[in-house]
Structure formats: structure tokens, C-alpha cells
Design a protein around this ligand. Structure first.
Ligand code: GLP
Length: 225
């Protein structure tokens, strides 16, 4: 299935649209299991989610896509800290509803809770989804992964030096992501546009992890300059 890349006018608009979709899903079902990303692109979406009024997080369960391995959980760039800073510290969500991948039992945990209803994704400049780097199996589930040089370079902007960037992570697998009932991918900037074009209109190949999305029936891809 070929998914269209929906161009939106600005980053703020993209952030509002995706936050509204999350709000709509949670309100419709009186709760939801959300797959949540980290990374610069998602910051505006979290800012919008923090503003929601008369909205209950009580029945929302969050499942983050990934976390660095070998990083102190107090490090500002650990994904736990990113999430606390951008969302969890500002909303009323029970701690027990918040989940991060810690080991391979993550998939079992997600299915025991009924599976992911809506997953928000970013994309790496090399086409990675979560930390599923090029070459990852389409059948992959949650596991420890090695980061590619390109990803380490891209993410070094958040660290004092490139040496500080962890080289390993634990990531939801591509199969885990594909099991989500609905997916929204957000991306900003021309580099992301190019890889998305290739991923969404070219061959479906493990060399471009995001190309697996062509096999999912319910994906929205939002893009802004
Ligand atoms: C990291 C995350 C991905 C995310 C990507 C894009 O590598 N593991 O899940 O999609 O970054 O990040 P950014 O939005 O900062 O470009």
C-alpha cells in the first residue's frame, strides 16, 4: 500500500495535528495504549499534549519505542529523562502506566495489555524506525541493537561530544511496531523527505526499515519543512 506524505505548513501545525489525533483516540476509547517516540521532532507534539484540558491520562498506557543502553538513567539524554522532561512530569499519569523497553519480554507485556492502539514514529536519516537500523529483520521484536555510525552522528547534537553518544540501545522491533493498529509518522526537513520518499514509494527492503510501513494498512505520514 502506497502511503501519501502529507505536507503541513509548519512544525507547530504538524505538532498540533498529531497531538489532536492522540487526544481523539484516547477520548474515543476512554484510554489507549500508545507507542511513543523520542527525538527532536517529537518535542512540539509533547508540548501540545501538555496543554490538553479536561483530559484524563488515567487509562492511557505508554510504551516508549526505545532507550539507550549504557547510559545513566539520570543522564539528561536518556530517553526516560527526555520523556519526564517533555511529558510525564507535566501530566497526571499513574507511574505504573509508563513503560520502557528493558528486555525481550516487552512484546509479551504489550500484548498482555491488548496491543498498541496508536504508535507515533519519527524516522532516522538512514530510514531507521525506533532504533531498528538498516538491515534489521522485518520479523524483529524487542531486543538490544547496535547503532549505526550515521545515527550516532545524527544524535550527537544532543550530547557534549560524539564519544558520549551510546553505541547500543534496546528497541521495539519492526514486527512490534507493525502490530500497532494505527501509526502516525512525523518528519521535518528535506533529508527526512528524501528518505521517506524512497521508503514509501520504492522497494520494500530491510535495508530501508521505514519501507516496511508500505505493508501497514493504517499509516499517516506527516511532513513539514
Ligand atoms: C532517534 C530515535 C528515533 C527517532 C529518530 C529521529 O534515533 N531513536 O525513534 O525517530 O531519532 O529523531 P529526530 O526527531 O531527532 O530527528
Amino acid at each position: 500500500m502506497k502511503h501519501k506524505i502529507v505536507r503541513v505548513g509548519s512544525y507547530d501545525q504538524m505538532s498540533r495535528i498529531v497531538a489532536r489525533e492522540i487526544e481523539h483516540t484516547v477520548r474515543t476509547y476512554n484510554g489507549a495504549n500508545l507507542g511513543l517516540p523520542t527525538g527532536g521532532t517529537s518535542i512540539g507534539m509533547y508540548k501540545e499534549l501538555r496543554k490538553l484540558q479536561n483530559f484524563s491520562w488515567e487509562n492511557v498506557r505508554t510504551f516508549n519505542l526505545d532507550e539507550y543502553v549504557g547510559i545513566d538513567s539520570n543522564h539528561p539524554e536518556s530517553y526516560k529523562n527526555f520523556m519526564n522532561r517533555n511529558l510525564f512530569n507535566h501530566i497526571q499519569i499513574p507511574d505504573s502506566n509508563i513503560n520502557f523497553p528493558e528486555d525481550e519480554s516487552y512484546d509479551k507485556k504489550i500484548s498482555e495489555y491488548g496491543g498498541l492502539d496508536l504508535t507515533i514514529l519519527g524516522v532516522g536519516t538512514n530510514g531507521h524506525l525506533a532504533f531498528n537500523e538498516p538491515g534489521s529483520s522485518f520479523d524483529s521484536t524487542t531486543r538490544e541493537v547496535l547503532l549505526k555510525e550515521q545515527t550516532i552522528k545524527d544524535n550527537s547534537r544532543f550530547f557534549n561530544s560524539i564519544e558520549e553518544v551510546p553505541t547500543k540501545a534496546i528497541s521495539m522491533g519492526l514486527k512490534t511496531i507493525m502490530n500497532s493498529r494505527e501509526i502516525i509518522l512525523i518528519a521535518q526537513g528535506s533529508k527526512k523527505y528524501d528518505i521517506l520518499q524512497t521508503a514509501l514509494t520504492g522497494d520494500i527492503t530491510e535495508e530501508i526499515p521505514a519501507s516496511i510501513l508500505q505493508n501497514h494498512p493504517n499509516v499517516i505520514v506527516l511532513y513539514c519543512e
